[in-house]
Design a protein around this ligand. Structure first.
Ligand code: RB5
Length: 146
């Protein structure tokens, strides 16, 4: 599995934690920044990351900003991306099982790094259940491709 990781200035601390987690889990990843405290614009990180997941270069993407909302809105504009804003472990599992999400977003001003690690670990380790859920995702894709 190959993962792309990105954050704006509002998400750098959790981004560092997630980079450590991915290393501990022996998961190949690329961190595209920002790794900075200066104010940057979240679409400049979310959209390139999402494009690289949509193209198949990466299997999954993890995006962090202050709230997770800007990253989620931006990533979901890219065709083929199903990005979920997640701040609890239950949703992390459910959004893989039911929504086959290929990106996850979180907000560093909302949750702490310990919970963020649990969320990402759960999300990465949970498989899509397919079946009726695939039918529902197909309806979203049909609309996207109309
Ligand atoms: C940056 O101040 C903040 O707006 C950004 O990190 C994010 O929360 C946007 O949704």
């Amino acid at each position: 599995m190959k993962v792309i990781l990105a954050s704006d200035h509002g998400g750098i601390n959790i981004s560092k934690e997630i980079a450590s987690l991915l290393t501990e889990m022996n998961i190949e990843f690329e961190d595209i920044g920002c790794n900075c405290e200066d104010s940057v614009d979240y679409p400049d990180y979310a959209i390139p990351a999402a494009e690289r997941v949509a193209s198949g270069e990466f299997d999954k993407g993890i995006l962090i900003c202050g709230t997770g909302i800007g990253m989620s809105i931006s990533a979901n504009k890219v065709k083929g991306i199903r990005a979920a804003l997640v701040h609890d472990v239950f949703s992390a599992k459910a959004t893989r099982e039911h929504n086959d999400t290929n990106m996850i977003t979180m907000g560093e001003r909302v949750i702490g790094s310990g919970l963020a690690r649990e969320i990402v670990k759960t999300w990465l380790e949970t498989d899509f259940l397919a079946g009726r859920h695939a039918t529902r995702i197909g309806k979203v894709s049909d609309y996207e491709n109309r």
